[in-house]
Design a protein around this ligand. Sequence first.
Ligand SMILES: NC(=O)c1ccc[n+]([C@@H]2O[C@H](COP(=O)([O-])OP(=O)(O)OC[C@H]3O[C@@H](n4cnc5c(N)ncnc54)[C@H](O)[C@@H]3O)[C@@H](O)[C@H]2O)c1
Length: 347
Amino acid sequence: MLKKILITGGAGFIGTNTAAYHLKKGDKVIVYDNLSRAGAKQNLNWLKSRNDDFIFIKGDIKNYKKLLETFKKYKPDLIYHLAAQTTMVTSVENPREDFEINALGTFNTLEAMRKTKSKAVAVYSSTNKVMGDLAYIPIIEKEKRYDYKDIKGVDENFPLNFHGPYGCSKGCGDQYFLDYARIFGLNTIVFRQSGIYGPHQFGIEEQGWLAWFCNALLFDKPVTIFGNGKQVRDVLYIDDLLRAFDLAVMNIKKTRGKPYNIGGGPKSSLSIWELFAILEKLASKKFNFSFGSWRPGDQKIYISDISKAKKDFNWLPKVSPKEGIKKLYDWISQNKNLIQQAKVFKR
Ligand SMILES: NC(=O)c1ccc[n+]([C@@H]2O[C@H](COP(=O)([O-])OP(=O)(O)OC[C@H]3O[C@@H](n4cnc5c(N)ncnc54)[C@H](O)[C@@H]3O)[C@@H](O)[C@H]2O)c1
């Protein structure tokens, strides 16, 4: 059945892939984005170059009037709310702007749904940062990485503990999304995502670490390791996230009003040193790196326990980090001109 899909932040990394996926299925796609992110213009051009048959609205998520008009005009029946200020560092530099985009922008989206009596399913990309630094979980320090001592991963029952302006603003959106299902009956789902990676990701030093390190290696730029390089994240290839979106939406009766921890899980976790080993092998060259101090609130290790997603909508990731990183590496190698245009390097 033809669907009308509104993607806020639809020119970003996850948004572009989501848009391309739905356009391929023949759905009607509306991209709402202010193109503020490095690479967003390049992503939009790419979307246009392969399929012009979608609607692009250059709009700010803070602009409630414009958002409401968009909802009234297009009456979407599926919404991905992805527009966001996505870096912790920027949120510390400008906490008000971060709040207005992430907290108020998410509230605007929900209000536009409520005011238009929307029956749409709406998915919100939240983040594992809403769990805080999790410093109370016992960990083991190994030669090249940290590991959890007693658990496989962090599930949805761990207490929320917003850290940093980005954690607070995303967490605020996360809680409003869940509450609008409870109080106003909206069909919302929250994905608390770990590191997602893949083509059309314009990694910068502050965000999108896999893509950032790929960029740096391919352009022979020096990198800083903040901390000791043993920090671990579970990583998820974009195609696996798109499948999770689909399955969660199809199973809305079960997933409605619930949060899900979504990442590669225990089988797909990587430290910086482990990533370096994979990339250095692919590129046949070595990183030029130095060390910096730990970033405030940085988790030494974060691995999602993804069993609730498996139980509720039968989802498990399929793409291994080795396989996925090769695809990301190849995409960057083939699109070096876009990376240059997007100005991802400060020096
Ligand atoms: N990529 C990840 O690893 C990851 C992990 C956890 C959560 N998330 C969340 O997933 C979502 C998408 O992430 P992404 O990696 O695609 O980020 P991205 O930065 O590539 O995309 C965000 C998009 O939002 C747009 N945008 C920013 N401010 C806006 C505003 N005021 N109005 C309208 N549009 C605006 C940007 O131009 C960009 O196109 C975000 O909400 C992010 O917090 C991502």
